[in-house]
Design a protein around this ligand. Structure first.
Ligand code: SF4
Length: 552
């Protein structure tokens, strides 16, 4: 079907209203305002109204999920008086690093530097982003929620905008009464701020061969928010756990963050390069909660919210080239996250600001070529983003040698400024690590309904909602591979790694069928990353669909 699309033109189009995208929009609007007010101002055609931001969630912040501890330094640059109005839950008051065995826990006598969080805040990323969105709207920028970028418009050696998703198609792709074709949004500069494994970023990186020396590698974080009995945890208490129940040949660890009003954020991070295709990150998280240390905090409490999201873990050597003609990549989409400290919010904000400064100069000169926009990479290299990422440039790769190997290598890297024994340390994409052993289906975790939960109960607590009658946004390109090769070789790992019970292999009279419960999808992107044959494409569903991470 060839749709008649409405065309709109902007100076700058930002895809994704997370911390990176919003920081880019706000800083650019501030630069324009400052320029207009200065003695030399005026005479240029820039206006905040010509900055568009697209957000696929039903409202700003709905898809924002993080631990989340924020280093406030970038926010202080963006909004100098942020402490007056930003929704900062609590400053960090105590740091602990714990090692778990099945029944005990040991606190490291000295908290290792990567786990120190003095001066940082425990926040709800959802609330912080909503607040930032308010500032962006106030600055005159046009922020459109419930619109996703479905396709890139390619021009020159880069991009010239996006086509948003068609609305009102039924599950067979036929127009319904409310059918509206997606808009063709053209811009002088298009900024991809889609978060980890952005669907447009993936296309652009592949098409223009922007990959760095290492491919991007990822972790998955599975999180719950609980209201607990008074006195179980202090606001600002921060603990990171290593050890049980994560097998020693894998990368993983947990977090426990105390928030105000007896609320606690807990989560488990697992590196997506494990070898057992039946490993289930959601199940590991549930089992982790049965440890006596967690049980003491959670017993008598109530689950409030659930979510899951991938985290770019490759760091500096996985950073794609972040500029093309007419386009920039920022935030998690560009690998700006310190996977050792699990900190990305300040880098997302800083990268958004550096992109804004680059774009401002480019628009003033009317030159938005890759050569002009490459200044962004230079700015990143001169900033603390590079400094912080450079120190941990080989960190995550070290854990391909298991926990002990990882600790050995990171110890050496710590004393050599990140270099360690091998620099650069290379990696393979996570999905290449599965063992082909033949894997009969195994029983699934059910949970006790009080402390531990099955995936459907958790999905219910993620607030996820999608229009049911729409084309499936999880495209499996060859179902024969699922039915034949994958069943035999790997036992269909999609049914284990998806933390929202979306993939369900069923044996019917006429053979194997992969049932896809797309309405459950919490947009974590794990399937796009961890599928062993790379035949799953996550594409944007109708805008407004997905989780609602209220308070997360
Ligand atoms: Fe995550 Fe894919 Fe499952 Fe959606 S279907 S929740 S993106 S693994």
């Amino acid at each position: 079907m060839t749709a008649q699309r409405e065309q709109l033109e902007a100076d700058v189009l930002i895809v994704g209203a997370g911390p990176a995208g919003l920081a880019c929009a706000l800083h650019l609007a501030n630069l324009i305002k400052k320029h207009d007010e200065s003695a030399t101002g005026g005479g240029h055609p820039l206006s905040a109204e010509n900055i568009y931001v697209l957000e696929k969630g039903r409202e700003v912040g709905a898809h924002q999920l993080s631990g989340a501890i924020m280093n406030p330094k970038a926010l202080a640059e963006l909004v100098p008086d942020f402490e007056k109005t930003a929704p900062l839950d609590t400053p960090v008051t105590d740091d602990a690093a714990l090692f778990f065995t099945k029944g005990s826990s040991f606190r490291f006598p000295v908290t290792p530097p990567p786990f120190k969080n003095k001066g940082n805040y425990v926040i709800s990323l959802n609330r912080l982003v909503k607040w930032l969105g308010g500032l962006v709207e106030k600055s005159g920028v046009n922020l459109f929620t419930q619109f996703g970028g479905a396709q890139l418009i390619y021009e020159r050696e880069g991009i010239a905008g996006v086509i948003t998703e068609d609305k009102g198609l039924d599950k067979n792709g036929k127009p319904k009464d409310n059918y509206t074709p997606g808009y063709e949004l053209r811009a002088k500069v298009t900024v991809l701020a889609e978060g980890p494994r952005g669907s447009l970023t993936k296309q652009l990186v592949q098409k223009k061969k922007l990959d760095n020396i290492n491919p991007q590698i990822y972790s998955i974080g599975v999180k719950e928010l609980w209201d607990v009995q008074p006195g179980r945890i202090q606001p600002g208490y921060v603990a990171h756990t290593l050890g049980w129940p994560v097998p020693t040949n894998m990368y993983g660890g947990g977090w426990i963050y105390g928030l105000n009003n007896n609320r606690v954020s807990i989560g488990l991070v697992i590196g997506l390069e494990y070898s057992d295709p039946q490993f289930d990150p959601h199940e590991a998280f549930q089992i982790w909660k049965t440890h006596p240390f967690l049980k003491n905090i959670l017993e008598g409490g109530k689950l409030v919210r659930y979510g899951a999201k991938t985290i770019p873990a490759g760091g500096w050597y996985s950073m794609p080239r972040p500029y093309v003609d007419g386009g920039l990549i920022i935030g998690d989409s560009a690998s700006f996250l310190d996977s050792q400290r699990l900190k990305g919010i300040h880098m997302a904000i800083k990268s958004g600001m550096l992109a804004a400064e680059t774009i401002f100069e480019a628009l003033k000169t009317g030159d938005t070529s890759a050569a002009k926009l490459s200044v962004f990479q230079k700015k990143v290299e001169d900033s603390y983003i590079r400094k912080e990422l450079w120190q941990v440039r080989n960190f995550h790769q070290s854990f391909q040698y298991g926990l002990l190997g990882g600790l050995f290598h990171t110890g050496l890297q710590f004393v050599t400024g990140g270099r360690g024994l091998v620099d650069p340390m290379r990696v393979r994409p996570g999905h290449e690590h599965y063992h082909k052993d033949g894997h009969p289906p195994r029983e699934r975790f059910k949970g006790d309904g009080k402390l531990t939960f099955d995936r459907l109960t958790d999905v219910y607590h993620s607030g996820t909602r999608h229009e049911e009658d729409q084309p499936c946004h999880l495209i499996v390109h060859d179902l024969n591979i699922c039915a034949n090769r994958c069943t035999v070789e790997y036992g269909n790992p999609c049914q284990y790694f998806c933390p929202a019970a979306v993939y369900e292999p069923v044996q019917e009279k006429d053979g194997f069928k992969l049932k896809i419960n797309a309405a459950n999808c919490v947009h974590c992107k794990t399937c796009d990353i961890a599928d062993p044959y790379q035949i799953i494409d996550w594409v944007v569903p109708e805008g407004g669909g997905g989780p609602n991470y209220e308070g997360m």
